[in-house]
Ligand binder design. Structure first.
Ligand code: TYM
Length: 336
C-alpha cells in the first residue's frame, strides 16, 4: 500500500509523524541526541504526535508512587528541550485506551517467532529475569499500535528502536494483506547520532544501566560524572599521546563542541599537549551551554503545573478523536 495519507497543518498537507518515550525518571543525552533533537527539527515538516508511553514503562518493575511524577517530568523535560506544544501533540499513552485495544487486534497478526527475535526483549528479559512477563514480550505490538492508531507514517527513533519499527511494518503488512489496505507502513527516521554510548563506554547510554548524563544535569553533577569518565586507555600519563577515535568522550565532543574546539582537542590529545582533565573541562563547558536554557525552562515549567497538565489533556483529547476513527474503521473492515 503506502498511498500517502496526508494531514492538514496550518493550511498545508503533511504526513503524520509519531514517536514515543518512556517516563523513566530523566531524559538523558542519549534520548536527546538520538531522538528528541530530531523531533524538534521535524516539528514544522510533519503533523507530529509524541507520546509518553506509561504502558510500556510497566513492563519492568517500577515504583507506583513515582509514576505520576515521572510522567509529569517527562512532559516537562520534553517541552523544555524544545517540543513546542503549539506545534505538536504531546500526551500520555494510557489516556487513550484505543492503543491497547488495537494492540490486541494486532497481536493476532504477529508471529511469536518474530517477537522472540527482538534484541531488546532478549536483553530486558535477561536483565529482569524474575519479572520476564508477556508485556515485555509483546512490547513491540503495543509500539505498532501506538503508531498505527494514528496512521503514523514516519517514526523518528534512535538506533535501538529500528528493529521494532521494522517489525511494526511487518505486522501492519500482515494486517493489510488480510483486510483492506487501511494502515500505512511506517518508516523510521534516524538522527545523525542514532547511538550514544554511556559513560562506561561499553554500553548504549541508558537510565537503567546508570551510565547516563541527564539533559538537565547541574554543572556540579555534570563535572562529577565527566571527571572520572573513561578516556582512551593509552593515556595513562600526561605525556602519553592518545587517539580521539578510541575515546568515548570525544564522541561526546562531536555532539557539542565547535569545529575549532574539535581541532584543538584532536591536536592536544594526539600530541599529548593537552591532558584529559583540560579536554573534559571544554566538554563540560559545552554541555553546560546546551543544558543551561533547558534547565531554566524546566525550572519555570515545574512551577506551571496546570499549564503542563493542560497540554497533556488537550493533546489526549485530540488524539482520542483520531484514535476512535481509526479503531472504528479497523473493526468495520474486520467484520467486528
Ligand atoms: P525510550 O524511552 O527507550 O527512548 C526514547 C528515544 O530515545 C532513543 N534513545 C537513544 N538514542 C541514541 N542513543 C541512546 N543511547 C538512546 N537511548 C534512547 C530511543 O531510540 C527512542 O527513540 N519503545 C520506545 C518508545 C515507544 C515508541 C513507540 C517509539 C513506544 N511506542 C512508537 C516510537 C514509536 C522506547 O522505549 O524508547
Amino acid at each position: 500500500m503506502n498511498k500517502e495519507i496526508k494531514k492538514m497543518k496550518k493550511g498545508k498537507y503533511m504526513k503524520r509523524l509519531f514517536s514515543g518515550i518512556q517516563p523513566s525518571g530523566t531524559i538523558h543525552i542519549g534520548n536527546y541526541f538520538g531522538a528528541i533533537s530530531n523531533w524538534i527539527k521535524l516539528l514544522d515538516k510533519y503533523d507530529c504526535i509524541f507520546c509518553i508511553v506509561d504502558y510500556h514503562a510497566i513492563t519492568i518493575p517500577y515504583d507506583k508512587e513515582l509514576m505520576q511524577k515521572r510522567i509529569f517530568d517527562a512532559a516537562v523535560d520534553n517541552i523544555s528541550a524544545g517540543l513546542d506544544p503549539e506545534k505538536c501533540k504531546i500526551f500520555v499513552q494510557s489516556h487513550v485506551s484505543e492503543h491497547t485495544e488495537l494492540a490486541w487486534i494486532l497481536s493476532c497478526f504477529t508471529r511469536m517467532g518474530e517477537l522472540s527475535r527482538m534484541t531488546q526483549y532478549k536483553q530486558k528479559s535477561e536483565q529482569h529475569k524474575a519479572h520476564a512477563n508477556c508485556g515485555l514480550f509483546t512490547y513491540p505490538i503495543l509500539m505498532t499500535a501506538d503508531i498505527a492508531i494514528y496512521k503514523g507514517e514516519v517514526v523518528p527513533v534512535g538506533e535501538d528502536q529500528i528493529q521494532h519499527v521494522e517489525l511494526a511494518r511487518e505486522i501492519i503488512r500482515n494486517f493489510n494483506t488480510a483486510f483492506d489496505d487501511i494502515l500505512p507502513e511506517p518508516s523510521e527516521i534516524l538522527s545523525p547520532t542514532p547511538r550514544i554510548m554511556g559513560l562506561d563506554a561499553d554500553n548504549k547510554m541508558s537510565k537503567s544501566l546508570n551510565n547516563h548524563i541527564s539533559l538537565t544535569e547541574t554543572d556540579e553533577d555534570l563535572w562529577k560524572k565527566l571527571a572520572p569518565a573513561k578516556t582512551d586507555t593509552n593515556r595513562q600519563r600526561l605525556k602519553d599521546p592518545g587517539d580521539p577515535a578510541k575515546c568515548n568522550l570525544f564522541s561526546y565532543h562531536k555532539l557539542v563542541s565547535s569545529d575549532a574546539e574539535l581541532k584543538q582537542v584532536i591536536e592536544g590529545c594526539t600530541t599529548a599537549s593537552m591532558g584529559c582533565f583540560d579536554c573534559k573541562k571544554i566538554l563540560c563547558k559545552n554541555f553546560s551551554e546546551l543544558m543551561g536554557p533547558i534547565r531554566d525552562k524546566k525550572e519555570k515549567l515545574m512551577k506551571e503545573k496546570d499549564y503542563v497538565l493542560n497540554v497533556l489533556n488537550e493533546s489526549a483529547s485530540k488524539c482520542r478523536k483520531i484514535a476512535k476513527e481509526t479503531i472504528s474503521e479497523i473493526k468495520g473492515a474486520m467484520g467486528l
